[in-house]
Ligand binder design. Structure first.
Ligand code: GLC
Length: 472
């Protein structure tokens, strides 16, 4: 089967979040038996990682009245063909997103993908889109009736429904060279704007999201600006598939980034050693108290609002916390303040650091994920691999991948959970975790259960293949 993924980020070239992990890991698994390409922008941050990329073509992309000089690069990694679209005016910037012209940047990307696939005479069976950025692609292709790409079927995966790609319908003509037919018939209109996410939902053959529970939340609850009303139209073609994680990247037995490797036979002493080394390196006090770890984007979605006041209480009791991430300035500042107050109990690293991330997974006792909403979440699965017990809010994919310990399910539980999005909900859970922390037999069993869970991509990749097969 010929499959083309279209995404705004993918490992190992550009990553801000789980989207990049998933696009890459899913493609890698599928590439074992199928022909997989990824189309993505060639960002400034990707340059040093894509040194081997070959220039395939210089071309001009026609975007309404604009003619935009573009270079197409090609690179093969792990059996995946990467097509990298280079355009300095849009992508030669320090960050991936967060610019005033993001709508224009990804309109350009979408149009470029269509033009390039057509020029290269590609005949994919499946075009698999991720999130809002390439959302107009199916509309553009279906409207261009004689284009050979009409032979392809489309799948959209919603990783983060909070971003809908809203824009004023005026830009339909100005960016996409389209008239307002589809705006008037309502198929791409949402809240009196165009939404690229809604457009994709309406025009693709199948819609997926990244866990069964998040599918239900999106369909049956109004958690995303009324998107449930749109998804109801596509209910029968809407599927939830839980993501996996890259088993090779996150394997405590072979991970060369952590202080000491371990597996099910020796994790007790080795995890303790990893904890001690990390605490020393981060200048935290080294003692018996639990270490809570977190690796996350620092945004409202991730539950930082309830976390900050609650960890203040933990730190005041002498518990240790290590947080790696970056995001909204107000959260970063609040964390800096907390660190000043508790320098030997709180360590923070604002930014991304792969080695530190692996060490947090390996060394922590508990892993924090009190998300407000979480379509899937990958960190809780990584934590499992390293025998670190996730503390989750039971939403979306968190609920589908972690079994909370309730005092009676020691045979199967592999984490801790709460439902109500509140400081007291989280506080109560910390209390419950600590009661168990000092019962080493309980902790040992829970950690063992966690390390036993199989979050391999194989299962999920097979489910995507089944969907592809159903529609081609
Ligand atoms: C988004 C979601 C996260 C999910 C990831 C990959 O970042 O917020 O829950 O795990 O996409 O699908």
């Amino acid at each position: 089967m010929k499959i083309v993924m279209v995404a705004s980020e993918a490992n190992p070239l550009a990553k801000t979040g789980g989207l990049a992990d998933v696009v890459y890991a899913l493609s890698k698994e599928l590439a074992k038996k199928h022909d997989i390409s990824i189309f993505m922008p060639f960002y400034k941050i990707s340059e040093h990682k894509a040194k081997e990329a070959k220039l395939l073509k210089n071309l001009t992309i026609f975007m309404s009245w604009r003619c935009i000089n573009t270079k197409l690069y090609f690179l093969e990694i792990d059996g995946i063909k990467y097509y990298l679209i280079k355009c300095d005016q849009y992508f030669n910037r320090d960050a991936l997103y967060g610019y005033e012209d993001d709508i224009e940047r990804f309109a350009y990307f979408t149009i470029a993908v269509k033009q390039i696939m057509t020029d290269l005479n590609m005949l994919p069976d499946i075009i698999h889109l991720h999130d809002w950025q390439p959302g107009m692609l199916p509309v553009l292709i279906r409207d261009d009736k004689n284009n050979q790409l009409n032979h392809a079927k489309f799948v959209l995966t919603i990783h983060n429904p909070a971003f809908k790609g809203y824009f004023n319908p005026y830009f339909l003509g100005d960016l996409y060279g389209m008239d307002d037919r589809h705006y008037i018939d309502g198929s791409i209109r949402f809240k009196d704007s165009v939404s690229t996410l809604k457009s994709a939902i309406m025009y693709v053959n199948k819609v997926t999201t990244v866990s069964p529970s998040h599918r239900s939340e999106l369909l049956y609850q109004d958690i995303s600006d009324g998107l449930n009303e749109v998804l109801k139209f596509r209910q029968d073609d809407f599927i939830g598939i839980l993501n996996g994680i890259d088993d090779h990247e996150f394997n405590p037995r072979t991970d060369d980034k952590i202080y000491a490797n371990f597996d099910l036979r020796n994790f007790k002493s080795k995890k303790a050693y990893n904890k001690k080394c990390l605490e020393e390196e981060l200048h935290l006090k080294v003692d018996d108290a639990p270490l809570y770890g977190m690796v996350s984007r620092l945004t409202w979605q991730k539950g930082i609002d309830i976390l900050l006041p609650t960890i203040h209480g933990l730190l005041a009791k002498g518990r240790k916390v290590v947080i790696l991430g970056s995001g909204e300035r107000k959260y970063e500042q609040a964390l800096e303040n907390l660190r000043r107050e508790f320098p030997d109990c709180l360590a923070i690293y604002l930014g991304y650091n792969d080695v530190l991330a692996h060490n947090i997974y390996a060394a922590s006792d508990f892993f924090l994920m009190p998300s407000l909403f979480e379509p899937c979440g990958l960190s809780q699965m990584i934590a499992h691999r390293y025998g670190t017990l996730p503390i989750i809010r039971r939403v979306g994919g968190l609920q589908d991948s972690v079994i909370s310990y309730d005092g009676h399910n020691i045979e199967v539980a592999d984490g801790f959970g709460f439902d109500e999005y509140s400081e007291s909900g989280l506080w109560w859970t910390f209390d419950w975790c600590e009661k168990n922390y000092y019962q080493s037999a309980v902790m040992h069993q829970l950690r063992k259960n966690a390390m036993h869970v199989n979050h391999d991509w194989k299962v999920a990749a097979q489910k995507y293949l089944n969907i592809y097969r159903e529609i081609i």
